[in-house]
Design a protein around this ligand. Structure first.
Ligand code: FRU
Length: 520
Protein backbone atom coordinates (compact mmCIF):
# COMPACT_ATOMS: atom_id res chain seq x y z
CA UNK A 1 0.00 0.00 0.00
CA UNK A 2 1.11 3.56 -0.62
CA UNK A 3 1.64 5.44 2.64
CA UNK A 4 -1.38 7.58 3.47
CA UNK A 5 0.83 10.50 4.55
CA UNK A 6 1.73 11.26 0.92
CA UNK A 7 -0.21 14.16 -0.63
CA UNK A 8 -2.94 12.79 -2.87
CA UNK A 9 -1.63 14.46 -6.05
CA UNK A 10 1.72 12.74 -5.52
CA UNK A 11 0.00 9.42 -5.15
CA UNK A 12 -1.92 9.98 -8.37
CA UNK A 13 1.24 11.06 -10.15
CA UNK A 14 3.06 7.97 -8.96
CA UNK A 15 0.21 5.64 -9.89
CA UNK A 16 0.16 7.08 -13.38
CA UNK A 17 3.91 7.01 -13.82
CA UNK A 18 4.12 3.46 -12.52
CA UNK A 19 1.40 2.36 -14.91
CA UNK A 20 3.17 3.89 -17.89
CA UNK A 21 6.54 2.51 -16.86
CA UNK A 22 5.25 -1.01 -16.41
CA UNK A 23 4.14 -1.32 -20.01
CA UNK A 24 7.59 -1.43 -21.49
CA UNK A 25 10.16 -1.34 -18.78
CA UNK A 26 10.64 -2.66 -15.30
CA UNK A 27 9.61 -0.32 -12.51
CA UNK A 28 12.50 1.59 -11.04
CA UNK A 29 12.96 2.44 -7.40
CA UNK A 30 9.93 0.58 -6.14
CA UNK A 31 8.78 1.76 -2.74
CA UNK A 32 10.66 -0.78 -0.67
CA UNK A 33 8.20 -0.63 2.18
CA UNK A 34 5.25 -1.67 0.03
CA UNK A 35 6.93 -3.69 -2.72
CA UNK A 36 5.36 -7.15 -3.02
CA UNK A 37 3.43 -6.92 0.23
CA UNK A 38 -0.19 -6.91 -0.97
CA UNK A 39 -2.56 -9.45 0.55
CA UNK A 40 -1.84 -12.93 -0.87
CA UNK A 41 1.35 -11.77 -2.60
CA UNK A 42 3.76 -14.75 -2.80
CA UNK A 43 7.00 -13.94 -0.98
CA UNK A 44 9.26 -16.61 -2.44
CA UNK A 45 7.56 -17.56 -5.68
CA UNK A 46 7.76 -15.67 -8.95
CA UNK A 47 4.82 -13.41 -9.75
CA UNK A 48 4.78 -10.42 -12.11
CA UNK A 49 4.94 -6.96 -10.55
CA UNK A 50 1.48 -6.32 -11.84
CA UNK A 51 -1.21 -7.54 -14.24
CA UNK A 52 -2.05 -10.92 -15.71
CA UNK A 53 0.32 -13.85 -16.17
CA UNK A 54 -0.25 -17.42 -17.38
CA UNK A 55 2.08 -20.09 -18.84
CA UNK A 56 5.87 -20.02 -18.40
CA UNK A 57 7.45 -19.69 -21.86
CA UNK A 58 10.91 -19.83 -23.43
CA UNK A 59 12.69 -21.37 -20.43
CA UNK A 60 16.34 -21.29 -21.44
CA UNK A 61 19.72 -20.97 -19.74
CA UNK A 62 22.37 -18.87 -21.49
CA UNK A 63 25.64 -17.34 -20.30
CA UNK A 64 24.95 -17.82 -16.61
CA UNK A 65 21.38 -16.51 -16.83
CA UNK A 66 18.12 -18.41 -16.50
CA UNK A 67 15.46 -16.76 -18.61
CA UNK A 68 11.81 -16.93 -17.73
CA UNK A 69 9.37 -15.62 -20.31
CA UNK A 70 5.68 -15.86 -19.63
CA UNK A 71 2.26 -15.28 -21.13
CA UNK A 72 1.53 -11.71 -20.13
CA UNK A 73 -1.20 -9.13 -20.59
CA UNK A 74 0.26 -5.79 -19.47
CA UNK A 75 -3.05 -3.90 -19.41
CA UNK A 76 -5.32 -5.89 -17.12
CA UNK A 77 -5.46 -8.57 -14.44
CA UNK A 78 -7.48 -10.90 -16.65
CA UNK A 79 -6.32 -12.71 -19.80
CA UNK A 80 -6.09 -10.44 -22.86
CA UNK A 81 -3.91 -9.92 -25.94
CA UNK A 82 -0.84 -11.98 -25.14
CA UNK A 83 2.74 -10.71 -24.95
CA UNK A 84 5.82 -12.46 -23.61
CA UNK A 85 6.81 -10.96 -20.27
CA UNK A 86 10.41 -11.56 -19.22
CA UNK A 87 12.44 -12.04 -16.05
CA UNK A 88 15.94 -13.36 -15.44
CA UNK A 89 17.71 -15.10 -12.60
CA UNK A 90 21.14 -16.40 -11.70
CA UNK A 91 19.83 -19.02 -9.27
CA UNK A 92 16.18 -19.63 -10.31
CA UNK A 93 15.12 -18.24 -6.93
CA UNK A 94 15.75 -14.46 -7.08
CA UNK A 95 14.34 -12.77 -10.18
CA UNK A 96 14.96 -9.52 -11.99
CA UNK A 97 12.06 -8.11 -13.98
CA UNK A 98 12.86 -7.22 -17.59
CA UNK A 99 10.98 -5.27 -20.25
CA UNK A 100 8.27 -7.08 -22.19
CA UNK A 101 10.12 -9.22 -24.76
CA UNK A 102 7.56 -9.91 -27.48
CA UNK A 103 4.57 -7.79 -28.51
CA UNK A 104 1.67 -8.82 -30.75
CA UNK A 105 2.14 -7.88 -34.43
CA UNK A 106 0.33 -8.14 -37.78
CA UNK A 107 0.37 -11.97 -37.55
CA UNK A 108 -1.35 -12.04 -34.18
CA UNK A 109 -0.94 -12.31 -30.44
CA UNK A 110 2.09 -14.10 -28.98
CA UNK A 111 0.99 -17.40 -27.44
CA UNK A 112 3.14 -19.98 -25.64
CA UNK A 113 6.39 -21.39 -26.92
CA UNK A 114 10.04 -22.03 -26.15
CA UNK A 115 13.54 -20.63 -26.68
CA UNK A 116 16.86 -22.19 -27.68
CA UNK A 117 20.49 -21.16 -27.82
CA UNK A 118 21.38 -21.61 -31.49
CA UNK A 119 24.98 -22.54 -30.62
CA UNK A 120 26.13 -23.24 -34.19
CA UNK A 121 24.19 -20.31 -35.64
CA UNK A 122 22.16 -22.65 -37.87
CA UNK A 123 19.60 -19.88 -38.26
CA UNK A 124 22.18 -17.36 -39.46
CA UNK A 125 20.65 -14.77 -37.14
CA UNK A 126 23.89 -14.37 -35.17
CA UNK A 127 27.52 -15.37 -35.55
CA UNK A 128 29.64 -18.27 -34.33
CA UNK A 129 31.08 -15.99 -31.65
CA UNK A 130 27.72 -14.57 -30.65
CA UNK A 131 25.10 -17.30 -31.14
CA UNK A 132 21.52 -16.04 -31.13
CA UNK A 133 18.80 -16.87 -28.68
CA UNK A 134 15.84 -17.94 -30.80
CA UNK A 135 12.27 -17.86 -29.50
CA UNK A 136 9.67 -20.07 -31.17
CA UNK A 137 6.05 -19.23 -30.38
CA UNK A 138 2.47 -19.45 -31.61
CA UNK A 139 0.83 -16.53 -33.37
CA UNK A 140 -2.87 -16.31 -32.59
CA UNK A 141 -4.73 -14.21 -35.13
CA UNK A 142 -7.72 -12.82 -33.24
CA UNK A 143 -9.32 -11.35 -36.37
CA UNK A 144 -9.10 -14.72 -38.09
CA UNK A 145 -10.72 -16.41 -35.13
CA UNK A 146 -13.53 -13.84 -35.01
CA UNK A 147 -14.10 -14.26 -38.72
CA UNK A 148 -14.77 -17.97 -38.11
CA UNK A 149 -11.59 -19.22 -39.80
CA UNK A 150 -9.83 -22.35 -38.50
CA UNK A 151 -6.26 -21.51 -39.54
CA UNK A 152 -5.64 -18.66 -37.11
CA UNK A 153 -2.82 -20.29 -35.14
CA UNK A 154 0.59 -20.38 -36.84
CA UNK A 155 4.17 -20.57 -35.58
CA UNK A 156 6.65 -17.71 -35.61
CA UNK A 157 10.22 -17.08 -34.50
CA UNK A 158 12.25 -14.14 -33.18
CA UNK A 159 15.89 -13.77 -32.17
CA UNK A 160 18.01 -11.87 -29.71
CA UNK A 161 21.72 -11.12 -29.95
CA UNK A 162 22.00 -9.46 -26.53
CA UNK A 163 21.01 -12.36 -24.27
CA UNK A 164 17.30 -11.62 -24.35
CA UNK A 165 17.31 -7.84 -23.81
CA UNK A 166 15.94 -7.03 -27.27
CA UNK A 167 14.20 -9.16 -29.86
CA UNK A 168 13.76 -9.04 -33.63
CA UNK A 169 10.98 -10.98 -35.30
CA UNK A 170 11.98 -13.01 -38.35
CA UNK A 171 10.69 -11.35 -41.53
CA UNK A 172 9.74 -14.72 -43.02
CA UNK A 173 7.12 -15.35 -40.29
CA UNK A 174 5.05 -17.42 -39.91
CA UNK A 175 7.48 -20.34 -40.29
CA UNK A 176 4.70 -22.94 -39.98
CA UNK A 177 1.32 -22.17 -41.50
CA UNK A 178 -1.90 -23.87 -40.58
CA UNK A 179 -4.09 -25.94 -42.85
CA UNK A 180 -7.22 -25.77 -40.77
CA UNK A 181 -6.43 -26.97 -37.22
CA UNK A 182 -8.31 -24.87 -34.72
CA UNK A 183 -5.85 -25.71 -31.89
CA UNK A 184 -2.33 -25.82 -33.27
CA UNK A 185 0.15 -24.39 -30.84
CA UNK A 186 2.76 -24.18 -28.08
CA UNK A 187 5.97 -25.19 -29.93
CA UNK A 188 8.68 -26.70 -27.74
CA UNK A 189 11.97 -26.84 -29.63
CA UNK A 190 15.09 -28.68 -28.50
CA UNK A 191 18.37 -29.86 -30.04
CA UNK A 192 17.93 -33.47 -31.15
CA UNK A 193 21.20 -35.29 -30.54
CA UNK A 194 20.02 -38.43 -32.29
CA UNK A 195 19.37 -36.74 -35.63
CA UNK A 196 21.52 -33.63 -35.18
CA UNK A 197 18.69 -31.29 -35.98
CA UNK A 198 16.18 -29.00 -34.29
CA UNK A 199 13.07 -30.85 -33.18
CA UNK A 200 9.74 -29.20 -32.43
CA UNK A 201 6.84 -30.60 -30.44
CA UNK A 202 3.55 -29.05 -31.43
CA UNK A 203 0.09 -29.89 -30.17
CA UNK A 204 -2.82 -30.15 -32.58
CA UNK A 205 -6.06 -30.48 -30.61
CA UNK A 206 -6.03 -34.12 -29.52
CA UNK A 207 -2.49 -35.15 -30.44
CA UNK A 208 1.18 -34.28 -30.61
CA UNK A 209 3.03 -33.55 -33.82
CA UNK A 210 6.82 -33.71 -34.18
CA UNK A 211 8.49 -31.41 -36.71
CA UNK A 212 12.16 -31.06 -37.61
CA UNK A 213 14.42 -28.40 -39.08
CA UNK A 214 18.07 -27.69 -39.79
CA UNK A 215 17.86 -23.91 -39.52
CA UNK A 216 14.83 -23.20 -37.26
CA UNK A 217 13.11 -21.59 -40.27
CA UNK A 218 12.10 -24.43 -42.63
CA UNK A 219 10.15 -27.14 -40.82
CA UNK A 220 8.92 -30.57 -41.84
CA UNK A 221 6.43 -32.77 -39.99
CA UNK A 222 7.91 -36.21 -39.21
CA UNK A 223 5.49 -37.97 -36.86
CA UNK A 224 2.40 -37.87 -34.68
CA UNK A 225 1.55 -39.31 -31.29
CA UNK A 226 -1.31 -39.74 -28.89
CA UNK A 227 -4.71 -39.70 -30.59
CA UNK A 228 -5.48 -42.95 -28.78
CA UNK A 229 -3.20 -42.59 -25.73
CA UNK A 230 -3.56 -40.97 -22.33
CA UNK A 231 -6.22 -38.53 -21.15
CA UNK A 232 -8.41 -36.72 -23.68
CA UNK A 233 -10.89 -34.81 -21.53
CA UNK A 234 -9.81 -31.54 -23.15
CA UNK A 235 -7.44 -29.89 -25.58
CA UNK A 236 -3.76 -30.90 -25.51
CA UNK A 237 -1.48 -27.95 -24.74
CA UNK A 238 2.13 -27.07 -23.87
CA UNK A 239 4.10 -30.23 -24.78
CA UNK A 240 7.62 -31.01 -23.60
CA UNK A 241 9.86 -34.06 -24.00
CA UNK A 242 13.25 -35.08 -22.63
CA UNK A 243 15.40 -38.05 -21.72
CA UNK A 244 15.85 -39.08 -18.09
CA UNK A 245 17.89 -41.81 -16.52
CA UNK A 246 15.88 -44.28 -14.48
CA UNK A 247 17.47 -43.67 -11.06
CA UNK A 248 19.81 -46.40 -9.96
CA UNK A 249 19.88 -48.15 -13.37
CA UNK A 250 21.69 -47.89 -16.72
CA UNK A 251 18.40 -47.32 -18.52
CA UNK A 252 17.28 -44.04 -20.06
CA UNK A 253 13.67 -43.34 -20.96
CA UNK A 254 11.94 -40.39 -22.62
CA UNK A 255 9.25 -38.47 -20.79
CA UNK A 256 6.57 -36.54 -22.66
CA UNK A 257 4.58 -33.86 -20.81
CA UNK A 258 1.18 -32.83 -22.15
CA UNK A 259 -0.99 -30.27 -20.41
CA UNK A 260 -4.70 -30.79 -20.82
CA UNK A 261 -7.60 -28.45 -20.25
CA UNK A 262 -10.12 -29.47 -19.04
CA UNK A 263 -9.71 -33.11 -18.02
CA UNK A 264 -7.37 -33.03 -15.00
CA UNK A 265 -8.11 -35.69 -12.36
CA UNK A 266 -9.32 -33.12 -9.82
CA UNK A 267 -10.98 -30.84 -12.35
CA UNK A 268 -10.01 -28.26 -14.95
CA UNK A 269 -6.38 -27.94 -16.00
CA UNK A 270 -3.63 -30.48 -15.34
CA UNK A 271 -0.46 -31.97 -16.77
CA UNK A 272 -0.14 -35.61 -17.77
CA UNK A 273 3.03 -37.48 -18.67
CA UNK A 274 3.98 -40.48 -20.75
CA UNK A 275 7.12 -42.56 -20.28
CA UNK A 276 8.41 -44.15 -23.48
CA UNK A 277 11.07 -44.12 -26.16
CA UNK A 278 12.11 -41.67 -28.87
CA UNK A 279 14.10 -42.90 -31.87
CA UNK A 280 14.93 -39.39 -33.06
CA UNK A 281 11.71 -39.09 -35.07
CA UNK A 282 8.86 -40.86 -33.31
CA UNK A 283 7.76 -41.16 -29.68
CA UNK A 284 6.29 -44.51 -28.64
CA UNK A 285 4.99 -45.89 -25.37
CA UNK A 286 3.14 -48.93 -24.16
CA UNK A 287 1.68 -46.90 -21.29
CA UNK A 288 -2.09 -47.05 -21.46
CA UNK A 289 -3.20 -45.20 -18.34
CA UNK A 290 -2.89 -41.44 -17.79
CA UNK A 291 -0.19 -40.38 -15.33
CA UNK A 292 -0.09 -36.92 -13.75
CA UNK A 293 2.84 -34.70 -12.84
CA UNK A 294 0.93 -33.10 -9.96
CA UNK A 295 -2.45 -33.99 -8.51
CA UNK A 296 -3.26 -30.55 -7.09
CA UNK A 297 -5.43 -28.13 -8.99
CA UNK A 298 -2.82 -25.43 -9.50
CA UNK A 299 0.07 -26.63 -11.59
CA UNK A 300 -0.56 -26.12 -15.29
CA UNK A 301 1.29 -25.57 -18.56
CA UNK A 302 4.58 -26.55 -16.91
CA UNK A 303 7.63 -27.06 -19.09
CA UNK A 304 11.38 -27.51 -18.56
CA UNK A 305 14.54 -25.52 -19.20
CA UNK A 306 16.61 -25.91 -22.35
CA UNK A 307 20.41 -25.81 -22.21
CA UNK A 308 20.82 -26.30 -18.47
CA UNK A 309 24.29 -27.42 -17.40
CA UNK A 310 24.85 -30.85 -15.89
CA UNK A 311 21.80 -32.34 -17.53
CA UNK A 312 19.36 -31.31 -14.86
CA UNK A 313 15.69 -31.26 -15.86
CA UNK A 314 14.18 -28.20 -14.23
CA UNK A 315 10.44 -27.65 -14.43
CA UNK A 316 8.30 -24.58 -13.73
CA UNK A 317 4.50 -24.61 -13.87
CA UNK A 318 1.85 -21.90 -13.77
CA UNK A 319 0.25 -22.10 -10.34
CA UNK A 320 -3.36 -21.71 -11.44
CA UNK A 321 -6.23 -23.41 -13.23
CA UNK A 322 -8.34 -22.10 -16.13
CA UNK A 323 -11.45 -23.05 -14.10
CA UNK A 324 -11.01 -19.91 -11.95
CA UNK A 325 -7.70 -18.26 -12.90
CA UNK A 326 -9.32 -14.93 -13.69
CA UNK A 327 -11.36 -14.80 -10.48
CA UNK A 328 -8.81 -15.28 -7.69
CA UNK A 329 -8.92 -12.54 -5.04
CA UNK A 330 -5.90 -10.42 -5.98
CA UNK A 331 -6.04 -6.95 -7.49
CA UNK A 332 -2.62 -5.76 -8.58
CA UNK A 333 -1.31 -8.91 -10.27
CA UNK A 334 -2.73 -12.31 -11.02
CA UNK A 335 -1.05 -15.65 -10.45
CA UNK A 336 2.39 -17.04 -9.72
CA UNK A 337 4.65 -19.92 -10.75
CA UNK A 338 5.48 -23.10 -8.86
CA UNK A 339 8.86 -23.38 -7.18
CA UNK A 340 11.30 -24.61 -9.83
CA UNK A 341 11.43 -28.38 -9.52
CA UNK A 342 13.92 -30.99 -10.44
CA UNK A 343 12.38 -33.93 -12.35
CA UNK A 344 13.60 -37.49 -11.97
CA UNK A 345 12.41 -40.94 -12.96
CA UNK A 346 12.13 -43.90 -10.58
CA UNK A 347 10.99 -47.48 -10.91
CA UNK A 348 8.75 -48.57 -8.04
CA UNK A 349 6.99 -51.92 -7.99
CA UNK A 350 7.56 -52.26 -11.72
CA UNK A 351 6.07 -48.84 -12.53
CA UNK A 352 7.98 -45.81 -13.77
CA UNK A 353 7.09 -42.71 -11.78
CA UNK A 354 8.09 -39.09 -12.41
CA UNK A 355 9.16 -37.29 -9.23
CA UNK A 356 9.29 -33.51 -8.89
CA UNK A 357 11.07 -31.88 -5.99
CA UNK A 358 12.23 -28.31 -5.27
CA UNK A 359 15.64 -27.57 -6.82
CA UNK A 360 18.57 -27.62 -4.39
CA UNK A 361 19.04 -23.81 -4.65
CA UNK A 362 15.77 -23.37 -2.84
CA UNK A 363 17.48 -24.49 0.38
CA UNK A 364 19.52 -21.25 0.29
CA UNK A 365 16.49 -19.21 1.28
CA UNK A 366 15.24 -21.56 3.97
CA UNK A 367 16.31 -20.52 7.46
CA UNK A 368 16.52 -24.10 8.62
CA UNK A 369 15.31 -24.81 12.09
CA UNK A 370 16.35 -28.07 13.61
CA UNK A 371 13.84 -30.83 13.98
CA UNK A 372 11.96 -31.07 17.24
CA UNK A 373 12.25 -34.17 19.39
CA UNK A 374 10.27 -37.05 17.93
CA UNK A 375 6.65 -37.46 18.94
CA UNK A 376 4.78 -40.71 19.15
CA UNK A 377 1.04 -40.38 18.65
CA UNK A 378 -1.32 -43.00 19.98
CA UNK A 379 -4.38 -43.82 17.84
CA UNK A 380 -6.68 -40.74 17.67
CA UNK A 381 -4.10 -38.62 19.44
CA UNK A 382 -3.25 -35.16 18.06
CA UNK A 383 -0.33 -32.80 18.38
CA UNK A 384 -0.68 -29.07 17.79
CA UNK A 385 2.18 -27.11 16.29
CA UNK A 386 2.02 -23.31 16.44
CA UNK A 387 3.01 -21.77 13.09
CA UNK A 388 5.31 -18.81 13.68
CA UNK A 389 6.14 -17.54 10.22
CA UNK A 390 2.90 -16.16 8.82
CA UNK A 391 2.35 -18.44 5.83
CA UNK A 392 5.91 -18.01 4.64
CA UNK A 393 7.47 -21.26 5.62
CA UNK A 394 8.67 -24.74 4.87
CA UNK A 395 7.26 -27.50 7.05
CA UNK A 396 9.02 -30.83 7.10
CA UNK A 397 8.71 -34.02 9.03
CA UNK A 398 9.26 -37.72 8.69
CA UNK A 399 6.46 -40.01 9.62
CA UNK A 400 5.50 -43.59 9.45
CA UNK A 401 3.24 -43.71 6.46
CA UNK A 402 0.14 -44.70 8.38
CA UNK A 403 -3.30 -43.15 8.29
CA UNK A 404 -3.00 -39.58 9.39
CA UNK A 405 -4.67 -36.18 9.17
CA UNK A 406 -3.03 -32.75 9.04
CA UNK A 407 -5.00 -29.56 9.51
CA UNK A 408 -3.84 -25.99 8.94
CA UNK A 409 -6.05 -23.56 10.87
CA UNK A 410 -6.36 -19.99 12.10
CA UNK A 411 -8.49 -18.07 14.64
CA UNK A 412 -10.89 -16.99 11.85
CA UNK A 413 -12.06 -20.59 11.66
CA UNK A 414 -10.39 -21.39 8.34
CA UNK A 415 -9.08 -24.90 7.96
CA UNK A 416 -7.25 -26.77 5.24
CA UNK A 417 -7.46 -30.50 5.72
CA UNK A 418 -5.02 -33.06 4.34
CA UNK A 419 -5.39 -36.75 4.90
CA UNK A 420 -3.40 -39.87 4.15
CA UNK A 421 -5.35 -43.07 3.95
CA UNK A 422 -2.81 -45.85 3.67
CA UNK A 423 -5.39 -48.64 3.42
CA UNK A 424 -6.90 -47.13 0.27
CA UNK A 425 -3.50 -45.81 -0.87
CA UNK A 426 -5.06 -42.39 -1.17
CA UNK A 427 -4.12 -38.87 -0.12
CA UNK A 428 -6.75 -36.14 -0.07
CA UNK A 429 -6.94 -32.39 0.31
CA UNK A 430 -10.01 -30.41 1.25
CA UNK A 431 -9.82 -26.66 0.73
CA UNK A 432 -13.57 -26.05 1.03
CA UNK A 433 -13.11 -24.18 4.33
CA UNK A 434 -9.55 -22.99 3.75
CA UNK A 435 -10.43 -19.27 3.58
CA UNK A 436 -11.93 -17.28 0.71
CA UNK A 437 -13.34 -19.86 -1.65
CA UNK A 438 -16.55 -18.37 -3.01
CA UNK A 439 -15.07 -16.15 -5.76
CA UNK A 440 -15.87 -18.93 -8.26
CA UNK A 441 -17.85 -22.15 -7.64
CA UNK A 442 -15.25 -24.22 -9.53
CA UNK A 443 -12.59 -23.34 -6.96
CA UNK A 444 -13.99 -26.09 -4.75
CA UNK A 445 -15.34 -29.07 -6.62
CA UNK A 446 -15.11 -31.34 -3.58
CA UNK A 447 -12.18 -33.07 -1.96
CA UNK A 448 -9.14 -33.54 -4.14
CA UNK A 449 -7.78 -37.06 -4.36
CA UNK A 450 -4.29 -38.32 -5.14
CA UNK A 451 -3.66 -42.06 -5.44
CA UNK A 452 -0.35 -43.01 -3.77
CA UNK A 453 -0.07 -46.63 -4.94
CA UNK A 454 3.66 -47.05 -4.43
CA UNK A 455 4.19 -44.93 -1.34
CA UNK A 456 6.52 -46.89 0.94
CA UNK A 457 5.04 -48.01 4.24
CA UNK A 458 8.21 -47.08 6.14
CA UNK A 459 8.94 -43.54 7.38
CA UNK A 460 8.53 -41.02 4.56
CA UNK A 461 9.46 -37.37 4.25
CA UNK A 462 6.63 -34.85 4.09
CA UNK A 463 7.70 -31.45 2.83
CA UNK A 464 5.32 -28.53 2.42
CA UNK A 465 5.98 -25.04 1.09
CA UNK A 466 3.47 -22.50 2.30
CA UNK A 467 3.69 -19.08 0.65
CA UNK A 468 0.80 -16.72 1.45
CA UNK A 469 -1.63 -18.06 -1.17
CA UNK A 470 -0.24 -21.46 -2.12
CA UNK A 471 0.67 -24.79 -0.61
CA UNK A 472 2.96 -27.26 -2.40
CA UNK A 473 3.06 -30.73 -0.86
CA UNK A 474 5.86 -33.19 -1.69
CA UNK A 475 5.44 -36.72 -0.33
CA UNK A 476 8.51 -38.98 -0.20
CA UNK A 477 10.93 -36.59 -1.95
CA UNK A 478 8.54 -35.68 -4.72
CA UNK A 479 7.10 -39.10 -5.53
CA UNK A 480 3.60 -37.70 -5.14
CA UNK A 481 2.92 -33.97 -5.38
CA UNK A 482 -0.03 -31.65 -4.85
CA UNK A 483 0.01 -27.92 -5.60
CA UNK A 484 -2.88 -25.70 -4.62
CA UNK A 485 -3.78 -22.06 -4.24
CA UNK A 486 -5.41 -21.07 -0.95
CA UNK A 487 -6.73 -17.73 0.26
CA UNK A 488 -7.03 -17.90 4.06
CA UNK A 489 -8.72 -14.92 5.70
CA UNK A 490 -5.63 -14.52 7.90
CA UNK A 491 -2.43 -16.54 7.95
CA UNK A 492 -2.68 -20.04 9.40
CA UNK A 493 -1.44 -20.13 12.98
CA UNK A 494 -1.56 -23.79 13.80
CA UNK A 495 -0.87 -27.18 12.25
CA UNK A 496 -2.54 -30.16 13.88
CA UNK A 497 -1.24 -33.66 13.19
CA UNK A 498 -3.58 -36.47 14.10
CA UNK A 499 -2.95 -40.18 14.09
CA UNK A 500 -6.03 -41.71 12.45
CA UNK A 501 -4.59 -45.21 12.31
CA UNK A 502 -5.05 -47.90 14.91
CA UNK A 503 -1.40 -48.20 15.88
CA UNK A 504 1.10 -45.83 17.39
CA UNK A 505 2.68 -43.47 14.86
CA UNK A 506 6.10 -41.85 15.14
CA UNK A 507 6.72 -38.37 13.79
CA UNK A 508 10.32 -37.33 13.58
CA UNK A 509 12.44 -34.29 12.65
CA UNK A 510 9.43 -32.01 12.62
CA UNK A 511 10.39 -28.47 11.69
CA UNK A 512 8.81 -25.22 10.60
CA UNK A 513 11.43 -23.01 8.93
CA UNK A 514 11.06 -19.46 7.76
CA UNK A 515 11.60 -18.96 4.03
CA UNK A 516 13.27 -15.67 3.17
CA UNK A 517 11.44 -13.29 0.92
CA UNK A 518 13.01 -12.92 -2.52
CA UNK A 519 11.80 -9.45 -3.45
CA UNK A 520 13.85 -6.99 -1.37
C1 FRU B 1 -2.24 -22.82 -21.92
C2 FRU B 1 -2.60 -21.93 -23.10
C3 FRU B 1 -1.75 -22.26 -24.30
C4 FRU B 1 -1.78 -20.99 -25.09
C5 FRU B 1 -1.76 -19.95 -23.99
C6 FRU B 1 -2.51 -18.69 -24.32
O1 FRU B 1 -2.57 -22.29 -20.70
O2 FRU B 1 -3.97 -22.05 -23.39
O3 FRU B 1 -2.20 -23.39 -25.03
O4 FRU B 1 -0.69 -20.87 -25.95
O5 FRU B 1 -2.33 -20.56 -22.85
O6 FRU B 1 -2.30 -17.70 -23.36
Amino acid sequence: MIKSTLPIFLILLCLNACKEASKNEPMENPDVTSYYTEAYRPQFHFSPEEKWMNDPNGLVYHKGIYHLFYQYYPDDIVWGPMHWGHATSKDLIHWEHKPVALFPDEHGLIFSGSAVVDTNNNSGFGTGENPPLVAIFTYHDMEGEKAGRTDYQTQGIAYSLDNGDSWTKYDGNPVIKNDGMRDFRDPKVFWNEIKNNWTMLLVAGDHLQIWQSNDLKAWEKVSEFGKDKGAHGGVWECPDMFKLNVEGTDTDKWVLLISINPGAPNGGSGTQYFVGDFDGTTFTTDQEEAKWVDWGRDNYAGVTYNNVPENQRIFIGWMSNWDYARDTPTEVWRSANTIPRNLSLHKNNGTLELYSYPIANFDEIVEHSYGETPVALKPEQRTQIPLKYGNQSEIRFHMEALDSKWIFSNPEGDSLVLQLNQKDKMFSLDRSKSGKVDFKPEFVLGKQHMPVPNLPTVAIEVRMLLDKSSLEIFLNKGQYVMTNQIFPNVDYTELTLENTSDTEQKIDSLSESKVMRIWD
